[in-house]
Design a protein around this ligand. Structure first.
Ligand SMILES: [Zn+2]
Length: 430
């Protein structure tokens, strides 16, 4: 495709200058929403502090919190006053009304599906996991396991599905969260699947879907190391390689919500074949199937090919730990490719922190000192220190928790953000 060449001629007319920002931009959230989000982030906070933090008058905070209390979203809680116990009126703090809504967060993966139920304050109520057969599935099969898992996790929480207000689902692959469509995923047989709409029909609940690595970033932003950071990256290594990026305290997704596909960043022209169908993707050198492919060839493990990939990788790791040079070199090579990917993340985004997450972070060869040194060599030389790298070897529960955060924000956005009124009423009425 030829690039479109545009020549700007500003000699005629007065079209104005500066970015054309629509009036109700995301950044211009209504005050009521800002107050709610501030209370949710603080846990418990007195009114006077909310006024101070948001730079608005105490009278406005009183009016806005009254609305939020009447809407059932926040509550007043007696808070012990520091240093003056027993004197005067007890101090009153504001907190999210935990029982206002319950949501489920679910993570689909190649090995198993995981679910959590959390309350409106983000507290974990129950979790569950179901194994799945390997390989991609038809949409109907995925829906069936979603329903089974949701029923099970609801039972654990002593709830029924009708007690839930929303569901968030994390899916590996190319996911358009706005349209609710999975364009490609290793867990689905077909491309362009309208998973969100199909899940709404099947589960009878509002459903939001997103790329699973975005949800790990969201989990770090809501519950973890990223709460206080405006810009940070999460790189996940599981069956594939994923990335989530938080920009200005929000998940950055790109114009078509399909960006940040670090796993499919090309690290080799005409290189190894990737699951996505293209060649030379980072994932084709770092993900578990890439390691398994190398092990099968280099260690003459052809007879092990029928083994589950997890067992094969564990065996490879054991060999490396025992000093097998070939097994070690397989992990080291993958680590060097990972270094290429991470250095490009630094060069492109200049994050305050990079969090490496996912099941495969147990294989410490992937982030050995020499891998990080290689990353340093490849990052642009500015004389400034490189961003810290943290390893979070949390399991699927964290991913599902991120999916629950997605559902929680969908609810508060629907009620409080400037949106088509219809959708807000639907969720508020529940
Ligand atoms: Zn690829």
């Amino acid at each position: 495709m030829r690039p479109r060449v545009t020549r700007h001629d500003r000699t005629e007319g007065r079209g104005g200058v500066g970015p054309l920002i629509p009036p109700l931009q995301h950044a211009l959230r209504p005050l009521r929403q800002q107050v709610f989000e501030h209370v949710r982030a603080a846990g418990l906070v007195p009114r006077v502090q909310v006024a101070k933090d948001l730079g608005i008058s105490p009278a406005s905070v009183t009016t806005l919190t009254l609305e939020l209390i009447e809407a059932g979203l926040i509550v007043e809680v007696a808070a012990p006053r520091d240093g003056e116990a027993g004197r005067g009126r007890p101090a009153v703090a504001l907190g999210v009304r935990a029982e206002a809504h319950y949501v489920a967060g679910m993570k689909l993966s190649d090995r198993e599906h995981t679910a959590v139920i959390v309350d409106f304050a983000g507290t974990l109520i129950a979790d569950d996991v179901i194994p799945r057969r390997p390989g991609p599935m038809a949409l109907s099969e995925i829906l069936e396991s979603l329903e089974t898992l949701l029923t099970r996790v609801c039972a654990k929480a002593n709830m029924t599905r009708t007690d839930l207000s929303a569901v968030g689902i994390g899916v590996p692959g190319f996911v358009d969260c706005a349209e609710g469509v999975v364009l490609w995923s290793s867990v689905l047989l077909d491309r362009n699947m309208p998973l969100a709409a199909a899940a709404v029909a099947r589960l009878g609940l509002p459903v939001t879907i997103d790329n699973d690595a975005n949800l790990v970033a969201l989990a770090e932003l809501w519950f973890g190391a990223g709460r206080g950071l405006s810009d940070f990256a999460v790189v996940t290594i599981e069956h594939g390689v994923g990335m989530g990026f938080v920009m200005n305290h929000r998940i950055y997704r790109g114009a078509q919500r399909l960006g940040l596909e670090l796993g499919h960043m090309k690290v080799q022209l005409d290189g190894a074949l990737c699951r996505c169908g293209q060649r030379g993707c980072l994932e084709a050198y770092v993900a578990d199937y890439a390691l398994a492919r190398e092990a099968t060839t280099a260690l003459n493990w052809g007879h092990k090919e029928s083994q589950p990939i997890n067992i094969l990788l564990e065996s490879l790791y054991d060999h490396a730990k025992a000093g097998n040079a070939t097994a070690k070199s397989i992990f080291r090579r993958a680590g060097r490719y990972l270094a290429v990917g991470l250095s490009n993340v630094i060069n492109l985004f200049d994050p305050a922190l990079i969090i490496l997450s996912g099941e495969r972070m147990r294989y410490d060869y992937l982030y050995a000192a020499e891998t990080l040194a290689e990353m340093d060599n490849l990052a642009i030389n500015t004389g400034r220190p490189r961003p810290p790298i943290e390893i979070h070897a949390w399991g699927d529960l964290l991913w599902a928790h991120g999916a629950a955060a997605l559902a929680l924000s969908a609810i508060s956005e629907a009620i409080l953000a400037p949106q088509p009124a219809q959708q807000s009423r639907e969720i508020a009425a529940q």
